[in-house]
Design a protein around this ligand. Sequence first.
Ligand code: AMP
Length: 282
Amino acid sequence: MHIFEKITELSDFLNSQKILKKSIGFVPTMGALHEGHLSLIKKAITENDIIVSSIFVNPTQFNDPNDLLNYPRTLESDIEKLQLSGCHILFVPSVDEMYKKDAIEPVIELGHLENVMEGAHRPGHFKGVTTIVYKLFKAVMPNIAYFGMKDFQQLAVIKRLIKQTSLPVSIVGCEIVREPDGLAMSSRNIRLTPSEREAAPFIFKILSEVRTRLNNYSIDEIKQWVIKSIDSNPKMKVDYFEIVDADSLMPVYEKKLNANLQGCIAVKIGKIRLLDNIALFS
Ligand code: AMP
């Protein structure tokens, strides 16, 4: 696996491959890699000639300085995992490399995506996400980029970025990879204490029950039930639970036949904030 730290060196190498008509699949990450990340690499391998992954803990998308400070960094073992997974190129830039003075930054109009769920609870987060993903896309210029549905709203934001910038990149959303007990894999899980880790699968247990409750209860009743059930565990506090249209991400207040809905949740367990979501078909 080639490892690059500079944009020009990465681009030069990739351009030499593009001339040979090699297709490029890209998996951006913030490191502390787990099977969720590696599932994106595996999917990319089946659809592209060359797989590029990046590890960059992007400061501009952290609205909580402590979260940035404590974000897990495990570069050595990440490199090993990527090598074993069959990734060809790793890009690990510094903050200075990605945020050079006078660099052009995109202005992306996120509309209501900025005002719901993560957008509402983490001011500036998606501006940071779109800025760094745009810069990474410009550096890699992949044919296809892979994102996890674990960050459901982020996936919608990236699709919006592509629409507005007309970058020729196809976006593929990949299924959530879970621990055997149902907890969605996340780099932040390693920061849970043993008792918090034991409590955490309750989030997915409750989300799964929403599917059956949808037949017998109103959206409002279900939302209240989810929040009450999870908050009844003294270790947990729901930041938000929303039932949204899976395409527009607009909150839904009334059940409709054949609607494609998504239940999206953010929960704080101790100092850690976890996200999860589930498809709901009514
Ligand atoms: P992160 O390193 O957390 O920024 O994640 C990098 C990419 O991996 C994003 O597209 C995430 O949505 C995706 N990802 C993270 N966790 C999972 C998971 N459990 N299953 C599938 N994809 C994931």
